[in-house]
Design a protein around this ligand. Structure first.
Ligand code: NOJ
Length: 523
């Protein structure tokens, strides 16, 4: 099967992230599934996205929402089966929509056959087994130093940067390389157009698993040898043609980040610095400049992303005093002004979709959904919260099933009212369903629909900053002018011939605070 996408589609694509468990439930068990996605493909087509990124849909005990994979070649029965995935890929392609799957190479599930064999004493060198914990590394899920080790019944310990249910693989082992190369081929053979690489900077460990040492490369983050893996993977993608990688690379240093995007490595990587950035004009300007400056020398397109399944939803985040995102400062019950957050999220959407490169939309972002913070403790599932013993609220609040239609839960998420959605939906979402928002000119959904359509007119145009008043971001994309007002006052619109799209109604010829506008200006 060959890819349906235009050459280099990934340079300017808008990619919609599907969290299958919470997108749409086709079989009525309260959990989203592939049948549900298939039913909703017309919605995604109408929305105007170019591709879908599916967070892991593989067989998994769901100890970490599917990032604990027990079989990379099988679909979890909760979601469907391989045949259904193949049908979904074909149907999306027929609509001109590409598919990106998520590969998790740093760790596997403790239920994966390799780890089960390791427990029996076979093939332990595919993992990091030791007689005694040899370092005090801290889990990527937070917690106490040394919490990356778990003991097995015969007394040995194994390494897991995330949950104990996610043992880390040993990337010095040739079988690990061979297996993942085969998995890439397995999905490319099924026609997928791209692959997201989970935790892409963590695969290679310091050979002795030594502790952090001042002046030494980090023992497991961004080690130079990791690039060899992606050079090999790039060759595989090239054999298939038209396929793209997107790396999940959390890397504050823009040059080290861009190293992953050299022409013989990954095509793209998530701009998580942009996602984490505060609603602050100078900080945003700096992130945009850093992004464009660091991508240019390696010839890779920038990506822009405001949210995903790991972070606080933008409507909530931007309605708080601290508008930046950081796992370290995520707390419970922070005062939040959702109206303010919504105004800013609307402006941020026009900023993101105005920038050059590709953009990611996390399901529900286009509906203006907020972080659900009152999920009862016994229904929460995220290991991040559990491992922090409750101090971290975890990531369930951005993973609540989508509202599609109707006046009460499950809001069309499930075809029947038999099973409750796996996480409870707020009653107030009745005003935020796809049905309620369709045709409402004030709705977030209509804003995204218009923006995605209009964006096509300038998605390949050059970018240049335009003069602006203080605390205002203004830039040109060919004949288009994008202006975002982060100042506390309404500002005069620059010279233009036409107002194409606004995130708030204009006050005469002035752009209100926390608002953005797309103008046609002539060049
Ligand atoms: C990043 C994923 O986005 C997150 O959801 C997951 O918990 C970790 N990687 C571990 O796989």
């Amino acid at each position: 099967m060959s890819s349906q996408m235009s050459p280099q589609w990934w340079r300017s694509a808008v990619i919609y992230q599907v969290y299958p468990r919470s997108f749409a439930d086709g079989n009525g068990d309260g959990v989203g599934d592939l049948a549900g996605v298939r039913n909703r493909l017309p919605y995604l087509k109408k929305l105007g996205v170019d591709a879908l990124w599916f967070t892991p849909w593989y067989a998994s005990p769901l100890a970490d929402g599917g990032y604990d994979v027990s079989d990379y070649r099988a679909i979890d029965p909760l979601f469907g089966d391989l045949e259904e995935a193949e049908r979904l890929i074909a149907e999306a392609h027929a609509l001109g929509i590409g598919i990106i799957v998520d590969i998790v190479p740093n760790h596997i599930s403790d239920q994966h056959v390799w780890f089960q064999e390791a427990l029996q004493g076979k093939g332990r060198d595919r993992f990091w087994f030791v007689d005694e914990p040899v370092n005090r590394w801290i889990s990527e899920f937070g917690g106490q130093p040394g919490n990356v080790w778990t003991q097995v019944p015969d007394g040995q310990w194994y390494l897991h940067l995330f949950d104990p249910a996610q043992p880390d693989l040993n990337w010095t082992h040739p079988e690990v390389h061979a297996e993942f190369e085969a998995v890439l081929r397995f999905w490319f053979d099924r026609g997928v157009d791209g692959i997201r690489i989970d935790s892409a900077g963590l695969l290679v460990k310091e050979p002795d698993l030594a502790d952090y040492a001042e002046g030494q490369p980090h023992p497991f983050r961004d080690r130079d040898e990791v690039h060899d893996i992606y050079r090999r993977w790039r060759q595989i993608a090239e054999e298939y043609g038209n396929r793209a990688f997107v790396g999940e690379v959390w890397m504050p240093d823009p040059v080290r980040f861009a190293n992953y995007l050299r022409p013989d490595e990954l095509h793209t990587a998530f701009n998580l610095e942009f996602l984490c950035c505060a609603w602050d004009p100078e900080k945003l300007r700096q992130v945009i400049n850093n992004t464009l400056d660091s991508h240019a020398p390696v010839g890779a397109p920038a990506t822009w992303v405001l949210s995903n399944h790991d972070v606080t939803r933008p409507v909530t985040r931007y309605g708080r005093e601290d508008t930046a995102f950081s796992f370290a400062t995520k707390t419970h019950d922070t005062p939040t002004d959702l109206d303010l957050g919504t105004r800013r999220a609307r402006a941020a959407a026009l900023l993101m979709l105005g920038l050059p490169g590709s953009a990611y939309i996390y399901q529900g972002e286009e509906l203006g959904l907020w972080e659900v913070e009152d999920i009862p403790a016994d229904l929460r599932q995220d290991p991040m919260r559990l491992r922090s013993t409750g101090t971290d609220p975890g990531r369930d609040g951005c993973r609540v099933p989508l509202p599609w239609s109707g006046d009460q839960p499950p809001f069309g998420f499930s075809p029947t009212d038999v099973a409750k959605p796996w996480l409870p939906q707020p009653a107030a979402w009745k005003a935020y369903t796809v049905e309620a928002q369709t045709g409402d000119p004030h709705s977030m959904l209509e804003l995204y629909l218009s923006a995605l359509q209009l964006r096509r007119d300038f998605q390949d145009a050059d970018f240049a900053w335009a003069p602006s008043e203080p605390d205002v971001l203004a830039f040109r994309r060919g004949e288009h002018l994008i202006v975002v007002n982060l100042s506390p006052n309404a500002v005069e619109l620059p010279e233009h011939t036409e107002v194409l799209l606004t995130s708030r109604f204009l006050a005469g010829d002035r752009l209100p605070p926390d608002a953005a506008v797309w103008l046609r200006s002539g060049s």
